[in-house]
Design a protein around this ligand. Sequence first.
Ligand code: SME
Length: 172
Amino acid sequence: MTDYRLLEKQVRELLSEESDPIANAANFAALLFGEIPDLSWAGFYYAGPTDELVLGPFQGRPACARLPKGRGVCGAAFSSRQIVVVDDVSQFADHIACDADARSEMVVPLVVDNVAYGVFDVDSARLKRFSSNDQRGIERLVEAFVSRTAPPQRPEKESPAFDENSVGEIPE
Ligand code: SME
């Protein structure tokens, strides 16, 4: 069984020397992915200036870069500002399958002053992977993360998609 107390201590240590939100999010995802058994994916989605959640630092296979804010397990956690645990993703009609191996999933909203700025998502290839002990443990780890790391600065407007034909051109 995962020792969440020890993991929380490790999270606090890991985040104590660094304030950069992306560096801390990347290390947080790597720590949890490495220490919690049977995860197939662990990572962040952040609210951007559009009606989408945009992929942040994660561990696991490449995932959907954007999710609608009100859809999927991530969108449900984001818009309700509540933890959402899905024991069997095939039974959650609105599940967005980024990874065909995922069987169960848990999403914790990132909330500051009652405003959600993103979510932390963990997936497993095992059904019912997240027991109540895991739910409490992961929730506490995310709380420790949120209390030690400011939300990343997002641009107010999206930059245009990268245009490979403009490589080498001198911007005006
Ligand atoms: N399954 C999620 C999408 C994100 S991936 O699992 C990384 C959802 O339904 O929101």
